[in-house]
Write a protein that binds this ligand. Structure first.
Ligand SMILES: [Zn+2]
Length: 340
């Protein structure tokens, strides 16, 4: 019996010299002291031991059990401590480390100005909708009363991808898209990039931003349009800004108007920002042509509506005194950083 016990304890010592982790220690513990462990098997022999020797053998076995356990536990403790140390090292957080706070970007001046406009329009009951920049000819032209043979469709101006698909030339494409999805009455606006075949210079860019507003309801009139636009522009440009409506022509509205605002830099005297005119043209608008309503499944005898469209880049250009339209689309971070 003593020999067997010595063999087992030597086995345990040998194993403990090899093991690398506390989990390995546990495996040896099970192997020796578990339910059918090497040492546990010896305890099962107790029943065959003569009664007068049971006490001595029992003592021997219990002593062996404690010895095995303490050999394993000692190794296990030292391994666990090393493992904890390693874990702490690998997950170490250096609270003194200078993180050099991640640089936060700035919003583009067009976005900043649009956010102001967005507040005004939503405050007046408009909801924002979106339209695709890559658009079908149908939505960009046909459904807003610009059929294939219309003179205002100058092929030189539009960037076609195929015969039927182009980069939208105006946010007016959201008019038929809105009328297709929403039943009147509705009041919506849309903002985004539009594209023309323009060369890049101080005042032109091949991509620019437009904002489109649409209101369709019963009894919407030119008076409604004039009232709403005056309110929007005064909120946007300042209460004192003088606004002038003049008759114009667009294929998708009848009657059509253009709106001029007094230059807010020179207050009408004439300066570089307004090309010396003292005022600048800010938007086109009008009553949605009854034919456009009809083309989009709305009965013009029941409903009427207005639409307006801003070329939007002009405002941040004036507000932030940006001399050249080119830089607005230059992707130069030094330009954007100024608007923090
Ligand atoms: Zn001016």
């Amino acid at each position: 019996m003593q020999q067997k016990i010595d063999e087992i304890l030597n086995y345990v010592k040998g194993k403990m010299a090899e093991v690398k982790t506390s989990a390995d220690c546990q495996a040896v513990r099970v192997e020796v002291l578990g339910k059918s462990g090497k040492l546990t098997e010896l305890f099962k022999l107790m029943k065959d031991v003569p009664a007068e020797q049971k006490g001595a053998v029992g003592q021997l076995l219990n002593g062996a059990k404690q010895a095995a356990e303490s050999i394993i536990a000692e190794k296990e403790t030292s391994l666990a401590a090393a493992e904890l140390q390693q874990k702490l090292m690998s997950e170490k957080i250096d609270v003194t480390l200078d993180l050099n706070a991640e640089e936060i970007g700035a919003l583009h001046p067009v976005t900043l100005d649009f956010m102001r406009m967005c507040d005004i329009l939503t405050g007046m009951g408009f909801s924002q909708i979106d339209g695709p920049e890559i658009e079908l000819d149908k939505y960009n032209f046909e459904l807003v009363n610009v059929p294939k043979d219309h003179p205002s469709r100058d092929m030189q101006d539009s960037l076609y991808i195929t015969n039927d698909i182009l980069l939208r030339t105006q946010t007016s494409n959201t008019q038929p898209r809105a009328m297709e999805k929403i039943k009147p009455p509705f009041k919506v606006f849309s903002f985004g990039r539009v594209f023309r075949k323009d060369d890049l210079d101080a005042t032109h860019t091949p991509a620019f931003h437009q904002l489109e507003g649409i209101y369709i309801d019963k009894k919407v009139s030119l008076a409604t349009l004039k009232h709403d636009l005056s309110l929007i522009l005064k909120k946007y440009l300042g209460d004192a800004t003088k606004i002038k409506f003049r008759a114009s022509y667009f294929p998708f509205t009848e009657p059509s108007v253009e709106v001029d605002a007094e230059c807010n830099v020179c207050k009408g005297k004439g300066c570089a920002a307004c090309n010396g005119n003292g005022q600048y043209e800010i938007l086109g608008a009008g009553m949605i042509h009854p034919h456009v309503l009809e083309l989009n499944g709305i009965d013009p005898n029941e409903f009427s509506g207005y639409a307006f469209g801003f070329g939007f880049d002009r405002f941040p250009k004036i507000r932030y005194k940006i001399p050249n339209a080119k830089v607005m689309f230059s992707n130069d971070v030094r330009f954007i950083k100024q608007f923090k």
